[in-house]
Every structure is written in structure tokens, then in C-alpha cells.
Design a protein around this ligand. Structure first.
Ligand SMILES: [Zn+2]
Length: 448
């Protein structure tokens, strides 16, 4: 296929996405109206499965609990487009579900619009049949790392091993023949028409910490107790004393919260719970910071003679974008948004996503898209520009895939990049090494 033909194909796909705009936007709004948390996204999954069926594709549901996938085309080179099904919790948001507090304050409903729009672009036109390739459409569960007691139960029941949906899909082999993967994500406070493609992100380890002390009457006999809240407070302050040892270039972030501080104000707290992430730019930096944090947490228990149990779970791996995809995506962003579209310099961002895990084994991109006002995850987050939030990024993704499908050199470059990535087995070994339970047993009290 020569350049003129490629241009004509892009025109057809973009025109198709425009023709389908009402269908795409109504899907996004329907998903936004019924937000569901990770590994519970049954209504949302049904909505996506219905759209894939309408595209005449064979649909697999319940992929890693709630995921939905379908494949168009039967070629050997496989490009996956992903959209995340889950919402997050922010009860203060005006669109939050009154029962669960779930709300699409991270814009994942726009990712599903993007997913379905790309699907329409290739299947309404039969363009996928013009290339010897396959397009894998995947609605993936549970990107937000929250509601963790529920997920720990799923782990205990053997339903999942990982808290993140993409991690679980990787483990189950869903990406074995996938050559590259693309998705988009809402950007923070970016109501304008801009897209940022070229960046890396932090990875992290997730932590559950339990301090155990000894109850007693807080007024009449505090000396008979062991105060677990004091142990936790010391542990958290000891983490702060580590901060000067974190190198700037490692981008370390440690942000604990106390999820249970005690039972009643007149009882010396004996059971105090803390959760945290330890984030950094790569696995070595995460491990280094995490060892310091665990040492600090134990010191609080040691000081007051309490016990501490630290349960570490694999968080998400750092995101690494693929240069071939980034270059084509940026070209197509200019095509879709205009020649003067802002194309940001390469940067490192300190948040995390389980798309990071996928980009450890498969070349991928995860552009931040504009069209949203307010802060991601906050009560003021909202769609500011429906065409930008729901339609234009899908055109850029579809055009990028057409470039890759039509160009054997681009496909070869992506395959070569894939061969340099970790194998699934290495990835799983490294992720599992982050799972660890540590204890510090210092509670040696006469009343124990
Ligand atoms: Zn998100």
C-alpha cells in the first residue's frame, strides 16, 4: 500500500468514527452514569460486549473476572487496543453512585469510547481485511488500585493473583501473541485539545501495615496498655526521616494513610492499620526505598514494644513507551488536532498504571488526552469537550495503527522492540518477588 492509499484509508476510518459519533458518545455517557469498581464491572462489561457483538465479532467475556475481548482480522501481526472498565471512589463527586461512592473521575469511560470508536473505524469499513493483521479489542478490569479488602478476598479465594486487571490478564496469557498495545488516558486539568504521548511513569509496591498493641483504659490505666497508634505515628515519622536519602532522579513517592486509628477514644488503641504505596522510577529504586520504609515502620513498633506486620503486594511496574508508536502517534495527533498541536517533550510522571506492567512485555503507548477539566480523581473532574474526550484520540490511534499495518519496517521495528522486552515468565517472577510479609515482634507485655 503506498502513501496515497494510506491517506485514503485514514480518511475513511476517521469519517466512520464521525458517522458513529452519537453511538460512541452515548456509550461513554451510559458507562459514566453507572460507575462500577474494579473486578465488579458487570454492567459496564455487558455494554462493551454488546458493542463488540454489533461489530459481528466473536466476544469473550469474564476474561480475568470481568474483562471483555474480541478480535477483528486473522493476520499474524496483532495490535491490541485497550480500555479500562473501572471507576474509582470519590463520594464527594456530583456523579458518584450514592451507594458505593464509585465515579468515573479518572475518565475511564472515555477510554471505552476510544476503544469502541477504533473498533467501529476498522470493522464498519472492513479495512482490517485489507491488511494481513489482527486488531484485538480489550476492555480490561480493575486499573485503580483500591477497594483492596475486596480484592484481597478474591486473592484468598483463588479468583485472582494480582490486584490489577492487566497484570491478571498477562498472567493468564492474554497478551501472548500481541505485538503492540495502545490505549489513552484522561489528562489532569487539560480542557484544551492536546495530547501527550512521550513519557515514562513510576512503578510501585502496595503495602498493608498492621500495628498490634494492648488495650487498656486510656484514662485510668494507660500504663497497662501498649499504644499501637503511637507505634504507627512513630513509624510514619521515621519514614519522613528517610526522605532526604531518596535521590531526586529516582522520583520516590511514599504516601501512607492511617485507615484505622483505634476503636474508642477511651481505650488505648491496640489495632491500628496503615496503607501505603512506595513509588519510584524503576524496580531497583522501588526496592531500595521500600527497604528503608519497612525499617522505619518496624522502628515505631520497636520503640513502644508493639508488634507490626507488613504485607507487601506487587503494585504496578513503570511505564515505558515504544518510540515507533510514539513517533507515529505524534504525527497523527498533528493530523487530527492540526499542525500546531502541542507535542510535549519526553518526560517522567510520578503516578502509576498497570499499563506499565504491559509495557514491560509488549511495546505500547498510553497517551494523556485533553478535553477534561478539574483534577483527575477529584470532585471537580468533568468532561469539558466531548469531541476531544471521546472521538479525536480514537482517530489518532486508528491512523497510527494504519501506519503500522501498512509499513513492514514499522512492524519489524515493533517486533524487534518486543524481543528485547521481558518475557512473561521473567515479568511474573519479578512481580511475585515484590509479594512479601514481614513482621516485627516486640510486644512483650505482662498482660499479653
Ligand atoms: Zn485512570
Amino acid at each position: 500500500m503506498d502513501g496515497t492509499d494510506t491517506e485514503a484509508v485514514k480518511e475513511r476510518v476517521c469519517a466512520t468514527i464521525d458517522e458513529r459519533s452519537d453511538d460512541i458518545i452515548s456509550l461513554a455517557e451510559s458507562v459514566q452514569a453507572e460507575p462500577e469498581l474494579g473486578y465488579k464491572e458487570t454492567k459496564t462489561a455487558k455494554k462493551i460486549a454488546d458493542r463488540f457483538s454489533e461489530m459481528d465479532l466473536e466476544v469473550e467475556t469474564e476474561a480475568a473476572v470481568t474483562g471483555v475481548r474480541a478480535r477483528a482480522g486473522g493476520g499474524d501481526f496483532v495490535a491490541a487496543v485497550l480500555g479500562e472498565l473501572d471507576a474509582l471512589i470519590n463520594s464527594e463527586h456530583p456523579l458518584a453512585d450514592p451507594e458505593t461512592g464509585a465515579v468515573h473521575a479518572c475518565g475511564h469511560h472515555a477510554q471505552l469510547a476510544h476503544l469502541v470508536a477504533v473498533g467501529y473505524g476498522f470493522t464498519d469499513t472492513d479495512i482490517i481485511e485489507d491488511f494481513d493483521v489482527a486488531l484485538e479489542l480489550m476492555a480490561v478490569p480493575a486499573e485503580e488500585y483500591l477497594d483492596l479488602e475486596y480484592r484481597r478476598n478474591l486473592v484468598d479465594e483463588g479468583q485472582i493473583e494480582f490486584f490489577g486487571g492487566k497484570q491478571e490478564l498477562i498472567k493468564r496469557g492474554y497478551f501472548e501473541d500481541v505485538d503492540c498495545a495502545a490505549m489513552v488516558h484522561a489528562a489532569n486539568e487539560t480542557p484544551d485539545r492536546e495530547i501527550t504521548t512521550d513519557f515514562s511513569t513510576n512503578g510501585f509496591v502496595g503495602k498493608f501495615i498492621t500495628y498490634e498493641g494492648k488495650e487498656s483504659h486510656a484514662g485510668s490505666a494507660p500504663e497497662a496498655g501498649v499504644n499501637a497508634l503511637n507505634a504507627a505515628t512513630l513509624g510514619l515519622n521515621a519514614i519522613h526521616t528517610q526522605r532526604e536519602t531518596f535521590a531526586d532522579e529516582d522520583h520516590v513517592r511514599v504516601h501512607p494513610v492511617i485507615t484505622k486509628g483505634g476503636d474508642g477514644v477511651n481505650v488505648v488503641p491496640a489495632d491500628v492499620r496503615v496503607e501505603s504505596y512506595v513509588r519510584a522510577k524503576d524496580l531497583d529504586a522501588i526496592t531500595d526505598a521500600n527497604e528503608k520504609v519497612n525499617r522505619a515502620l518496624k522502628s515505631g513498633a520497636m520503640a513502644v514494644g508493639a508488634d507490626v506486620t507488613i504485607e507487601d503486594y506487587p503494585g504496578y511496574m513503570p511505564l515505558r513507551t515504544n518510540q515507533t508508536l510514539v513517533d507515529h502517534y505524534n504525527d497523527n495527533v498533528r493530523r487530527v488536532l492540526g499542525e500546531d498541536a502541542l507535542v510535549a517533550e519526553r518526560s517522567h510522571l510520578t503516578g502509576s498504571t498497570d499499563m506499565g506492567d504491559l509495557t514491560q512485555i509488549v511495546p505500547g503507548i498510553h497517551p494523556w488526552i485533553g478535553g477534561f477539566e478539574g483534577n483527575v480523581h477529584a470532585r471537580d473532574f468533568a468532561v469539558a469537550d466531548a469531541e476531544m474526550a471521546y472521538l479525536l484520540p480514537a482517530k489518532a490511534t486508528a491512523c497510527t495503527l494504519i501506519d503500522v499495518f501498512a509499513d513492514s519496517e514499522a512492524r519489524a521495528a515493533i517486533r524487534s522492540a518486543k524481543s528485547e522486552k521481558r518475557s512473561r515468565e521473567t515479568y511474573l517472577t519479578e512481580a511475585r518477588e515484590l509479594r512479601e510479609t514481614l513482621s516485627g515482634e516486640y510486644l512483650d507485655h505482662p498482660l499479653k
